[in-house]
Ligand binder design. Structure first.
Ligand code: SAM
Ligand code: SF4
Length: 329
């Protein structure tokens, strides 16, 4: 098992498949992109599957989520999904994506064994989409979402980040739209993980702001008081249910005490927290011929050193060197 000194057990593995992306969301990346990892630095498909197998069979991981960068840009994605879904015990396999290309790939990914998908979409307005992502791809995302639903990747979740003065007034419209289309909406507070280090606590839209805005149109009833467990999202029933809405308030209502995550970057580094400043190099171990027992030992040691909290609430907080797109969000 992947234990730490604060009594937590990591069972949820996030694997970044690439640091590249076809959007340039302002809260994530600069306009010009980043200096991407060179291909030899990326884990190969076989290396990824070996590490996931080890995590699932030796280290107690039960959930595997592929992310990035944009994971749909990884050519071998369907094969990686299929090989991970074929493991015993079978982990739940999911994907976080911006949805571009999902229209073409959703059915194949579902057949390969993908269980669920989270699609990121922050606005219903194509011009606001361009302002937020610097690309004209709004229609692709909507078609990708519809394809995911048609492929049975249920529940299709939509992740939205609200930016002040850009799309923060859209929260009720986004919720009405998600309910109409059968998507489950979750708002994510903006975190200090952008490559440009532009995040400002005073300038962010908080969970309280989001709930206040939603309550102008909907009645929200807390769904899971006392039952949040390790789930980062708090949920509210909308107008008595059955629809619900989630808020992931990593900054103003952190859930570190119940965190069950372990992360693998596209270049094979284990991170025990999104906000960690240290990494453990599994790629080097893999490529120098380490056996499963040695790699498992390194992974356990990496998690054992996990800090109690993200440190976000501490004035001395220092943003990690790697941005979200390179860590895997
Ligand atoms: N490209 C894929 C996508 O956008 O879904 C996967 C990677 S992205 C880094 C994963 C999630 O992180 C997305 O839902 C995105 O909106 C969110 N995200 C990126 N930067 C963020 C930030 N600074 N604060 C909060 N969420 C962020
Ligand atoms: Fe790309 Fe996702 Fe970052 Fe947007 S949030 S730039 S889609 S990695």
């Amino acid at each position: 098992m992947l234990l730490d000194t604060h009594g937590r057990t990591a069972t949820d593995l996030r694997v970044s498949l690439t640091d590249r992306c076809n959007l340039r969301c302002t809260y994530c990346m600069p306009e010009e992109g980043l200096s991407w990892l060179a291909r030899p630095e990326l884990l190969t498909d076989d290396e990824i599957v070996r590490l996931v197998r080890l995590a699932v069979t030796e280290l107690g991981v039960t959930e595997v989520r592929f992310t990035g960068g944009e994971p749909l840009l990884r050519p071998g994605l369907a094969g990686i999904v299929a090989r991970c879904a074929a493991l015993t015990p079978r982990p739940r396999v999911s994907l976080t994506t911006n949805g571009i290309g999902l229209e073409r790939t959703a059915a194949a990914l579902a057949s390969a064994g993908l269980d669920r998908v989270n699609v990121s979409l922050d606005t219903l307005d194509p011009d606001t989409f361009h302002r937020l992502t610097r690309r004209h791809r709004h229609g692709d995302v909507l078609r990708g979402l519809a394809a995911a639903r048609a492929a049975g990747l249920a529940p299709v979740k939509v992740n939205s980040v609200l930016m002040p003065g850009v799309n923060d007034a859209e929260a009720p419209d986004l919720l009405a739209w998600a309910m109409e289309h059968g998507y489950e909406l979750r708002f994510i507070e903006q975190m200090p993980l952008d490559a440009q280090h532009g995040w400002q606590r005073a300038g962010m839209v908080t969970a309280d702001d989001i709930l206040t805005s939603l309550r102008t149109r909907f009645t929200l009833t807390p769904e899971d008081t006392g039952r949040r467990g390790s789930a980062p999202a708090e949920h509210w029933l909308v107008d008595g249910g059955p629809h619900r809405v989630g808020v992931i308030a990593s900054v103003t209502r952190p859930f570190c005490r119940a965190c069950d995550r372990t992360r693998l970057t596209a270049d094979g580094q284990v991170r025990n927290c999104l906000f960690a400043r240290e990494e453990t190099d599994l790629r080097g171990a893999l490529r120098s011929g380490a056996g499963d027992a040695e790699i498992a030992r390194l992974w356990r040691a990496a998690m054992w050193g996990k800090k109690a909290g993200s440190g976000l609430d501490d004035p001395s907080f220092v943003q990690p060197d790697r941005p979200m797109s390179a860590i895997g969000g």
